[in-house]
Design a binder for this molecule. Structure first.
Ligand SMILES: N[C@@H](CCC(=O)N[C@@H](CS)C(=O)NCC(=O)O)C(=O)O
Length: 204
């Protein structure tokens, strides 16, 4: 099994989950825009997980759910019961479709305006701050309700996913340190030897 990643990206969440799960895998650094990678994922985005089938798996939340389901002994998926499964699903949907896209104009302002001058690009970038803050406030409440975790007071794929994206606020005017429950969560995650290993190896 091969996980394709790029440093600092949401693909690191899959890497952390694979480690938590005790999976046998290889992490492969990829340039999402290379022709070689686009054969794996025509959408030119990491992560991709190649498990030897005709087509690589793509989409971070789907890959994370697959890891949780494939390694149930790791206990990083939903708790038993329909409503508990719903709650993890709902949390992952928030992370994938509210939190992650909030950063896109910050990272790629040129995709959100047809203007090319510096001031317009800076404005597109700045426009992201309010949406990121809104999502961070929601995440802070989820972690408060989850006793230090994103989902139901236990380590799960949602922790890995939220962690790698909350790190992206480090260069924003308002960083993860400005949200009390997220700050405590981030500090705990950073003490996790798996997280330390993934950050170190992915930066090589
Ligand atoms: N919907 C995709 C989005 C993946 C995505 O945006 N990945 C980023 C890294 S976090 C990427 O590879 N971006 C390259 C680009 O947009 O050019 C998923 O959830 O996996």
């Amino acid at each position: 099994m091969k996980l394709y990643y790029a440093p600092g990206t949401c693909a690191l969440a899959c890497w952390i989950a694979l480690e938590w799960a005790g999976a046998d895998y290889q992490a492969v650094r990829a340039d999402p825009h290379s022709d070689e990678f686009k054969r794996l994922n025509p959408l030119a985005a990491v992560p991709a997980l190649d498990i030897g089938r005709a087509r690589a798996m793509t989409q971070a939340p789907a890959i994370l759910q697959y890891i949780a389901d494939r390694y149930p002994q790791a206990g990083i998926g939903a708790n038993e019961g329909l409503e508990n499964a719903f709650e993890l699903n709902e949390t992952m949907a928030f992370l994938a479709s509210d939190f992650h896209p909030a950063f896109w104009p910050f990272f790629f302002p040129q995709r959100y305006t047809t203007a090319t001058d510096e001031a317009s690009l800076a404005a597109a970038k700045e426009a992201a701050y309010a949406r990121i803050d809104r999502a961070m406030q929601h995440l802070d409440k989820l972690i408060a309700a989850g006793n230090g975790h994103v989902y139901q007071g236990k380590r799960s794929i949602a922790d890995a996913y939220a962690y790698v994206m909350a790190r992206w606020t480090a260069k924003l005017p308002k960083t993860w340190k400005d949200y009390p429950h997220i700050a405590a969560f981030m500090q705990r995650m950073e003490q996790d030897p798996v997280v330390q290993k993934v950050l170190a190896e992915s930066a090589k």
